[in-house]
Design a protein around this ligand. Structure first.
Ligand SMILES: [Zn+2]
Length: 402
């Protein structure tokens, strides 16, 4: 059902939150619930938290969105599903501004949404390119300020690119003798990366990271390549001829990428350049079967830590290292009684039942010291109102019974 190709099919598969949740549950636990902490198969669906299951054996709460791109998001699942479908099937992708209009969310939300979806567009187990590979570098302009894209005012980023050359007849790579022409070919998978300079070190690092050793490299004969001795190097001297004639496929990839950056994003920016390049590579490599990448975009079965807002903007969260102070400690019902978060023993009856608010007046009225756990952790017999909202039911009962 995730393989829906058309919008109508997609809408029929995921009409509401429940259908999205069922799909996620099915993907996460195809054979029924399994607790990630203890492996127990019994769980209760919590009413107080959306789509969260609590293990009956150990009390661990697991959300169906945990570990996916939707991790800890407060957006409706339907919005995420629609966004992922649009992102995966749209041939050029969509900017945050378009998502804002199409999904009815704020720009800030839309921006974070597309950044997260874009970051899941890298397959962590992707295989290096092999066979016959064209390698080259190109310069692309980037937007330097917030005004409209102006090529004169823009800076330049160096991009290294590699593309597999596939023989049309054999439908696979066919290495030929050195200097021979590769006619009647098509492009296979591609890789792109921003490189700091044209030096041998950066180009070698790019090739080694993305191309399998032993591959035939078709290059423009740049002096940075000869260091790659474990590859079969087949340099093409460009001379007077236009470079796109000798290395047609990599130049087509660069041209498409430049058009894409201008058309979809109105000029790429240096800050997120690798994310943009990864998105382009992802789209290009799946150009014949876009709809199947829906699940990859949603981050299902990615086994990666989801990216947070702070990871994306590259700053530390200001709340880092600060503990959350709860005004009311969370309590949960277990088989042996009420248990407070972080406490292994069930809380004794009287305090466990507390629910009325304490404003310190109980103590001031002489009804006895506050006996909440907060009062106890403060290390005082009387809370003087410091228990901040947790009642001492025992005292309250004592008052009412007088
Ligand atoms: Zn468990």
């Amino acid at each position: 059902m995730a393989r829906a190709r058309t919008l109508t099919e997609f809408q029929a598969s995921f009409p509401n939150e429940l259908s999205c949740a069922e799909f996620l549950f099915e993907r996460r636990w195809p054979d029924g619930f399994v607790c990630p902490a203890c492996g127990d198969g019994r769980a209760a669906l919590l009413r107080s938290r959306a789509y969260t299951y609590e293990c009956v054996a150990c009390g661990r709460q697991t959300s169906i969105t945990a570990g996916t791109v939707m991790h800890r998001s407060k957006l409706p699942l339907t919005v995420w599903f629609w966004a992922a479908h649009l992102m995966a099937t749209h041939s050029n992708g969509m900017s945050a501004l378009q998502f804002q209009a199409q999904l009815g969310i704020t720009y800030k939300t839309a921006w974070l949404l597309v950044q997260k979806l874009r970051r899941s567009m890298v397959d962590p187990e992707r295989e290096p390119l092999e066979g016959v590979v064209e390698v080259d570098q190109a310069e692309i302009p980037f937007r330097a300020d917030d005004s409209f894209f102006n090529p004169v005012k823009s800076g330049k980023i160096l991009i290294a690119g590699a593309v597999e050359v596939i023989d049309r007849g054999a439908n696979q790579a066919k290495p030929r003798r050195k200097g021979a022409k590769y006619l009647d070919t098509r492009s296979g998978r591609i890789r792109l990366a921003a490189i700091p300079d044209n030096s041998a070190a950066s180009l070698e690092a790019f090739v080694r990271a993305n191309v399998k050793p032993g591959t035939t490299l078709l290059t423009d004969g740049h002096r940075s390549y000869p260091g790659l001795t474990d590859y079969r190097h087949d340099p093409r001297t460009v001379g007077k001829m236009a470079a796109h004639v000798v290395l047609p496929w990599i130049h087509r990839v660069f041209a498409l990428m430049k058009r894409w950056g201008l058309g979809t994003y109105h000029g790429l920016r240096r800050k997120h350049i690798d994310t943009y390049l990864n998105e382009f590579v992802f789209r290009y490599n799946r150009r014949f079967y876009r709809h199947v990448s829906f699940e990859t975009v949603l981050g299902l079965a990615s086994h990666r830590q989801p990216t947070s807002y702070w990871d994306i903007i590259g700053r530390d969260t200001p709340r880092k290292g600060m503990t959350t102070v709860r005004r009311r400690p969370r309590r949960r019902k277990t088989a042996t009684g009420i248990r407070q978060d972080g406490v292994s023993q069930p809380i004794s009856g009287s305090v466990a039942k507390s629910s009325a608010l304490c404003d310190g007046s109980l103590e001031r009225r002489g009804a006895g010291p506050c006996r909440t756990s907060r009062g106890a952790t403060l290390g005082v017999r009387s809370c003087s109102g410091r228990c901040a909202g947790i009642a001492a039911t025992a005292s309250a009962i004592a008052i009412s019974s007088r």
